[in-house]
Design a binder for this molecule. Sequence first.
Ligand code: CTP
Length: 396
Amino acid sequence: MSQKNIVVGVTGGIAAYKALDVISKLKKKDYNVHVIMTRSATEFVTPLSFQSLSQNMVITDMFAEPKAFEIQHISLAKKADLMLIVPATANIIGKVTNGIADDMLSTTIMATTAPVVFALAMNTNMYKNPIVVENIEKLKNHGYSFISAESGRLACGDVGEGKLADTELIADIAESILYDTKDMIGKKVLVTAGPTIAPIDPVRFITNRSTGKMGYAIAEEARDRGAEVTLVSGPCNIKKPFGINLIKVNTNGEMLEAVLNKFESQDIIVKSAAVADYKPENYSSKKIKKSEDDLRINFVRDNDILMRLGKLKTSQVLVGFAAESNDVIENAKSKLARKNLDYIVANDITSHDTGFASDENRVTIIARNGNTVQYDKMSKRQVARNLFNLINEKRI
Ligand code: CTP
């Protein structure tokens, strides 16, 4: 596939140097990057730095001798698959809102039909200035996107909102916008991930080895394909993904409640969470003290969430997971039937190089009609991609 073009617009703010890092990350993701700097941006960082990292000529002056026989702002505006303004100051926002095109950057923004994303960075008071807030709202209504500034210590010494978002987040958002498959726009997807915990007393609980990696990968794949994603996650150490409605839960009961609240409106539900099947019969609200005797805790059955969903299901596509240590396919097929699923993703948890904490998985996907696809070992993200390929194209 041909390389996609990102035009990065750099405006004059102290965060301009961070745009270098964004560009470096975009290059690592294999995008072709073109840079347009405003005149004031060049006061903060030299064009040469941007030229070196982007490996393309940097454009600063609208009336400079053209390097090739084409009108530069029009050619870059046409070439762009995405325009990313990093940092975006109050000034460029104000210009675009008012239709001003008086330099190369503002002219190119006006002339492009590609998506334009502004990564905001400015002094807190400017950020909160009602004129800026109103301008951002207006631009949102016109289809422009924004990456909010974060809170922190700003260059001027103030503490508050206005810091450029994390450069990795900005590069990841660009990648998500440019994702090659956009076949889930308008779809609602609910994913569950991670373990649940069953509390014994205020300081103790039982849980399992699930890390949540598989579920988070599924949620991100659906997001990048254009779906509106809700992720109901048990406790795990994964950074909150952007662009996803994350609902954090602890127990089986909390997960059931969160899932039931959303279930009806969803198109696809993928239950990759490792839900605890049992909980202590009695929760002790006081810490259990040690004694000379052995401790026996009686566990009682908790909800089978997926089974409940299978009974409630109307038009939703319901996908379950089966973590098995023996008779993988046979057990998975029986779970699929028992829980009234459309697909089940089976994996062998005895495999030492894949599974729980790993970034990779080796799975077999089985459809309701019994059709089966067996995959080699691959990244969890690739497993997610294959799963949605099967569902969306109704391949099996
Ligand atoms: N699941 C659930 N609620 C539970 C247990 C499991 O929703 N209390 C879901 C999981 O999210 C997964 C699928 O059901 O999608 C796994 O089913 P199953 O294998 O029956 O769960 P296990 O607890 O692993 O069953 P078993 O111990 O019989 O293998």
